[in-house]
Design a protein around this ligand. Structure first.
Ligand code: ZN
Ligand code: ZN
Length: 87
């Protein structure tokens, strides 16, 4: 299994940007939002979440590197400790 050099069939270089929320780089074609990575789009706006598969520290589907902003970290923590957690 080739690691690190994942290539989508045919298409080559994918455009990457920095996420405004968490600061991670991400593939623009994997995110529905213009300035957010796939993960933050999901966390903030409920868009479908990438099934992350990390290769060498970043998801090869969406490019997210696992960064989580302070805001989302806090939000997740209060959600987890909250009384009505959703599963
Ligand atoms: Zn992000
Ligand atoms: Zn991903």
């Amino acid at each position: 299994m080739p690691e690190g050099k994942h290539r989508a069939m045919g298409s080559v270089s994918r455009q990457t940007l920095d996420c405004d929320e968490c600061g991670s780089t991400y593939f623009t074609d994997a995110s529905p939002m213009a300035k957010l990575c796939n993960e933050c789009s999901h966390q903030l706006y409920g868009y479908p979440q990438c099934v992350h598969e990390f290769v060498e520290g970043r998801c090869f589907h969406c490019g997210w590197d696992g960064s989580v902003s302070e805001y989302l970290r806090e939000r997740r923590r209060s959600a987890e400790s909250g009384p009505d957690r959703q599963s």
